[in-house]
Design a protein around this ligand. Structure first.
Ligand code: SF4
Ligand code: F3S
Length: 104
């Protein structure tokens, strides 16, 4: 599966949802997740994210984010169209430690 990681938090550019052929993105308050059971591993979303938040789960340090996606896939609503990024998204884009500070 592909997985949304920390860089999405406080940004939510949502360019990713426009290209997903199976509409498997789900929206939380501060970030999106990919439902690992629905992702077909096409990889097209990875290059679309301006924050570089999307990675294949074969990359190091992605386990935490896959687990988070599994937790919230059944709870957060499906998102299938691009929406406006969160306020000041560009200023949060390269910040470290966003999960601890902002995730909800
Ligand atoms: Fe959707 Fe493909 Fe990205 Fe999986 S890898 S979330 S199927 S665009
Ligand atoms: Fe998040 Fe990047 Fe999509 S910031 S909403 S994973 S385009």
């Amino acid at each position: 599966t592909y997985v949304v990681t920390e860089n999405c938090i406080k940004c939510k550019y949502t360019d990713c949802v426009e290209v997903c052929p199976v509409d498997c993105f789900y929206e939380g308050e501060t970030m999106l997740i990919i439902n690992p059971d629905e992702c077909i591993d096409c990889g097209v979303c990875e290059a679309e994210c301006p924050a570089g938040a999307i990675l294949p789960d074969t990359q190091p340090n992605t386990e935490f984010w896959v687990e988070l996606a599994n937790t919230y896939s059944g709870q957060w609503p499906n998102i299938t169209s691009k929406i406006a990024p969160l306020a000041d998204a560009d200023s949060y884009k390269d910040e470290a430690g966003k999960y601890d500070k902002y995730f909800s």
